[in-house]
Design a protein around this ligand. Structure first.
Ligand SMILES: C[C@@](CO)(OP(=O)(O)O)[C@H](O)COP(=O)(O)OP(=O)(O)OC[C@H]1O[C@@H](n2ccc(N)nc2=O)[C@H](O)[C@@H]1O
Ligand SMILES: Nc1ncnc2c1ncn2[C@@H]1O[C@H](COP(=O)(O)OP(=O)(O)O)[C@@H](O)[C@H]1O
Length: 307
């Protein structure tokens, strides 16, 4: 069979249903109990071979519906998708240079792991393009080398991440949960949010999982899930962006079952009772004037998939 001329992979964003953050470790990372949940907001990453480039070398292009977000995606070697192609090229025999095109829908620097999603998608796409047949376990290891959040979008659905978030165990979930994500202008640096967390919580305890959250997911109970959502980084994100407090309050006042900052923020996530309720909640949030825009999505959804 001939090698493919291009491969496109669709990859979901994540929201953290529980982000329990422990003390800073010797390597500068924080021990986490990080419950990832993949939602139906997708980037698409397309790779095609470039014979004028060295194996694993990439040129990038990006487009998407939000020009302000597209403009913030780096087009050089620091792009996580380019770093993923370079890393995989060192582990498969028939790597080529590649053009990587990212169609962006996941907010940039928004706490929804868009860069990590693109890196996971690039690993899957390049492995298919180069016919690497890299085993799943090896792809997960390579993903973890690229960042704490890169392994999760390979598996998607709902999973708890321990260590620095990269050691994943799937969690059973019944049914579908409906979400509204409120986008705000500008991003937040993950490093700065963790630094602010250290300042606010010098005495952080070891992170734990929450039985009530696990039970709510297994039962498909949105009301109980809403009550169990927590994010230890939220006070740090609110300290850096105080206006997010008004956004969370607007969502609660409009009847969200749960409201929290997504990961390191500043995107905020609101749990709804149904798809209809999510649309109503989104309209109320937009009318409140506390966010730039909203996106509705459902979860859990599968991880990076060749389309
Ligand atoms: C906070 C979370 C929650 O899922 O994601 P975002 O909300 O930003 O997407 C993650 O922990 C982010 O994961 P990721 O963005 O891959 O982080 P990395 O590249 O590994 O690390 C970036 C920086 O974040 C801090 N960091 C990250 C992970 C961790 N367990 N402890 C940390 O202290 C460190 O300062 C590190 O230098
Ligand atoms: N493919 C990519 N898409 C988006 N941002 C990227 C990408 N590669 C590198 N970055 C950089 O990573 C930073 C964090 O972006 P992102 O992964 O979208 O957010 P977060 O870490 O909040 O989930 C961005 O500010 C950008 O400079």
């Amino acid at each position: 069979m001939n090698a493919p001329t291009s491969v496109t992979v669709r990859v979901p964003a994540k929201v953290n249903l529980r982000l329990a953050v422990g003390p800073v470790r010797g390597d500068g990372y924080h021990g986490l109990v990080n419950v990832f949940h993949a939602v139906s907001l997708y980037d698409e990453v397309t790779v095609s071979p470039r014979s004028d480039l060295a194996p694993g070398q990439a040129v990038l292009s990006v487009d998407g519906e939000r020009p302000d977000h597209v403009a913030r995606v780096p087009l050089d070697d620091s792009n996580l998708a380019a770093r993923a192609a370079a890393l995989l090229a060192r582990h498969v025999p028939h790597a080529t240079g590649v053009h990587i095109h990212v169609h962006k829908a996941i907010p940039v620097a928004g706490g929804m792991a868009g860069g990590s999603a693109d890196a996971a998608a690039a690993l899957v796409a390049c492995d298919a393009l180069w016919e690497g047949d890299t085993p799943r376990e090896r792809l997960l290891e390579l993903a973890a080398e690229l960042g704490s959040d890169v392994a999760f979008p390979l598996i998607g659905c709902t999973a708890v991440g321990t260590g620095r978030g990269e050691q994943l165990s799937p969690l059973p979930v019944q049914g579908t949960f409906h979400w509204v994500f409120a986008l705000v202008d500008g991003g937040l640096s993950t490093t700065k949010v963790f630094a602010e967390y250290d300042r606010l919580r010098p005495d952080a305890p070891e992170p734990t999982l929450d039985d009530a959250l696990v039970a709510a997911l297994a039962a498909g109970d949105a009301r109980r899930l809403g009550a169990a959502l927590t994010n230890d980084l939220q006070p740090a994100a609110l300290a850096l962006r105080p206006e997010l407090g008004d956004l969370l309050e607007a969502g609660r006042a409009a009847g969200a079952l749960g409201a929290l900052v997504s990961g390191s923020g500043p995107t905020c996530a609101f749990l709804a009772e149904s798809a209809d309720h999510a649309r109503e909640l989104a309209a109320a949030l937009r009318a409140s004037g506390t966010c730039a825009d909203t996106v509705t999505a459902h979860g859990p959804v599968p991880g990076a998939t060749v389309v």
